[in-house]
Design a binder for this molecule. Structure first.
Ligand code: C5P
Length: 242
């Protein structure tokens, strides 16, 4: 039995707010009382984002800060603490940032609990889906992408991190590799019939969770519809019915 097995469908869906602060607030107004998690990315973080994280958290949301940290261990330790201080419940770091950096992130999360009474989950990005074998080779990575992703995922969890971000297509093998307690977050999720946008390899919400995702990230199929609440609730119902 894994630590996320009992999670309700509602608590598994993370709504990506890929927009400016005003639109983010408007979406939060609508989704309050429905969504548990909101995801803010670096575009929003660097546009007044951390006070907004605090504001949204005070309204009762859990906040996924998709920070994608990658720096020297000392700097990343401080960054995880700063995000935690703003109320981030989940932060991301690049798994390729070294074992020492990953351990520093884990220690920073523990330290946040002591200093702020609040410990964020820290999860790793393995290989960005925007990278292909050719791009990876240019930065010196020549092993096949699945091997690189698996190695970084294992390194992250062995360094004390809570889990990883991966494609729903990789969720099953990552669940087998990392065990039942890992937090596995999958973007690239589309309800049946929804527009793909710029996503190509997608899975439905139910398929992603069945494959081993503990949480799914869904943006435009919720945020760019006439009725974001109805779209969100339809996804929750689909996961419940799986
Ligand atoms: O609108 P959509 O559902 O495609 O949004 C997906 C979210 O997940 C975006 O915030 C995007 O940056 C993020 N993401 C992704 N693919 C990855 C990693 C993150 O779509 N490989």
């Amino acid at each position: 039995m894994g630590r996320f097995d009992d999670l309700s469908a509602r608590d598994r869906v993370m709504v990506a707010l890929d927009c400016g602060p005003e639109e983010a607030r408007a979406l939060a107004d609508k989704l309050e009382g429905h969504a548990t998690w909101l995801k803010v990315g670096i575009t929003l973080i660097y546009d007044g984002g951390l006070p907004l994280v605090k504001e949204l958290r005070d309204r009762g949301f859990k906040i996924f800060v998709d920070s994608k940290f990658h720096d020297i261990p000392h700097q990343v330790r401080g960054a995880v603490m700063s995000a935690a201080h703003s109320g981030a419940d989940l932060v991301t770091v690049h798994g390729s940032g070294s074992e020492k950096m990953l351990v520093a992130c884990h220690e920073a999360a523990e330290q946040s609990l002591v200093e702020f009474g609040h410990k964020p989950y820290v999860i790793a990005i393995t290989v960005l889906t925007s990278m292909d074998a050719e791009e990876l080779a240019k930065v010196g990575v020549t092993r096949p992408i699945p091997e690189q992703a698996a190695a970084l995922a294992k390194l992250a969890v062995d360094s004390g991190l809570d889990g990883i971000v991966c494609s729903p297509m990789e969720a099953r093998e990552m669940r087998e590799l990392l065990g039942p307690d890992a937090l596995i977050v999958t973007p690239g999720v589309r309800p049946a019939g929804a527009a793909l946008g710029d996503q190509s390899r997608v899975a439905t919400p139910a398929a992603a969770v069945n494959a081993g995702a503990s949480h799914i990230v869904v943006g435009r199929p919720i945020t760019q519809t006439e009725d974001p609440v109805a779209a969100f609730e339809a996804i929750v119902a689909e996961i419940e019915a799986r």
